[in-house]
Design a protein around this ligand. Structure first.
Ligand code: TRH
Length: 375
């Protein structure tokens, strides 16, 4: 047994489909390694594992990556003890059939977890842990259970490694920046991980005319493309927009998940997006702005409001989030100036939420306990 009172050594099959961006694989990988660090054996089934080449090039002991082919190779139809379907993916029917057969023939309990997206909305507490009987298909008669990550003790919690505080305490900012080739001279550092925020142009404009010098560390992919497009357009329309060189850019390579943490720890303010980097920004304890993953039906508006409430965001932080997420109808320069003006207040807010969250068990502990308790 480990210190959660949980028996060790179950074999987990985590199924994860990469839709777009890096969130699904990022969370799937973190969950897999978190379980492995707690003595579990994990097979992570991925339809596209290519992002792991840069996100986690070294792999991890106890985690085996399996290609999720359609159909699954018959020789791979050997289910373990726990089945996790991440983010509403549909586990292949042949694998479910093999799992149902194993349960029927060995009498092992059914541990079938439906891992949902992170949200601060009220339904999460109500829905977390509920059973969902399977009515049809090869799993008919079995029951899945919803597992909702969340920010309160009655949800599934947040992913957080056991050695995070230790790593953070040992982090050497200057050495890390130097290793990346960033000639740091005391300027304000901001990281940028975003989609295509409408207020990006205004923010750059403000930073270019601010009294303080800023270096923007731009992550690769969509963020870099958005910044490049913005800068090109400004250079065309008003070549003198950054004449005083108050704003400079450093375009980052793709970072490992470990190094992505270092980026957030190194900066004075972080722009993050999606799901996993939001959680990492919370653990970093630095002021941050979150661009939520946009949904067609605008469901992300409610989701963002719910998070801002849980964060107990002061008005300035709330306003900037609305602007950054295109929800205020305004991108005026005054609002774009807020990150520079309010960072102390924002830091206090983030620190407060962080210290509350650190008192709660992490997601892996809760999941292990949930699996043991439910059967
Ligand atoms: O990439 P994302 O926008 O992922 C999104 C969201 O998770 C969203 O909820 C989901 O529905 C959608 O994908 C399909 O943002 P997120 O969640 O922060 O994931 C990014 C991951 O990539 C995170 O684990 C950090 C990691 N990362 C690195 O490891 N190195 C890097 O250089 C960068 C830029 C990111």
């Amino acid at each position: 047994m480990d210190n959660s009172g949980v028996k060790t050594g179950k074999l987990w099959d985590i199924f994860c489909q990469v839709i777009d961006n890096y969130g699904d694989i990022g969370v799937g990988w973190r969950l897999a390694t978190g379980l492995a660090a707690r003595g579990q054996r994990v097979r992570l089934w991925l339809d596209d594992s290519s992002a792991l080449r840069w996100l986690a090039p070294g792999g991890a002991a106890g985690v085996e990556i399996r290609p999720w082919t359609q159909p699954i190779d018959p020789s791979d139809l050997t289910p373990g003890d726990v089945l996790v379907e991440a983010f509403g993916c549909q586990i292949s029917p042949e694998f479910i059939a093999a799992y149902a057969h194993k349960i029927a023939s060995t009498g092992q309990p059914c541990h079938w977890i439906n891992l949902e997206y992170l949200s601060a909305e009220g339904f999460v507490e109500r829905s977390h842990g509920l059973p969902s009987p399977v009515q049809s298909g090869p799993g008919a008669g079995l029951s899945k259970h919803f597992f909702y990550p969340g920010f309160t003790p009655t949800t599934g919690g947040l992913l957080r490694e056991g050695d995070l505080a230790e790593r953070q305490a040992q982090f050497d900012r200057s050495a890390w920046l130097a290793q990346l080739g960033i000639a740091f001279q005391g300027e304000r550092l901001m990281s940028l991980f975003c989609y295509e925020p409408a207020a990006l142009g205004e923010l750059l404009e403000h930073l270019a005319t601010d009294a303080q010098t800023t270096r923007l560390l731009v992550t690769s992919g969509r963020s870099a493309a958005a910044v490049t497009a913005c800068v090109e357009s400004k250079d065309r329309m008003n070549p003198a927009w950054n004449q005083r060189k108050k704003l400079s850019f450093f375009y980052l390579p793709k970072l490992t998940q470990h190094a992505f943490d270092h980026l957030l720890w190194a900066c004075d303010l972080n722009f993050v997006r999606g799901e996993d980097s939001l959680v990492r920004a919370l653990w970093a304890g630095k002021p941050f702005i979150w661009q939520i993953y946009p949904q067609h039906d605008q469901a992300h508006h409610r989701k963002l409001e719910a998070f801002l409430k849980v964060l107990d965001a002061p008005a300035s932080l709330r306003i900037f989030h609305l602007v950054w997420n295109g929800m205020s109808g305004s991108t005026c320069a005054n609002e774009a100036a807020l990150p520079a003006l309010k960072s102390v207040l924002w830091q206090q807010t983030v620190r407060q939420m962080r210290s509350q969250l650190l008192q709660q068990d992490n997601l892996v502990t809760r999941l292990l306990r949930f699996v043991e308790k439910n059967h």
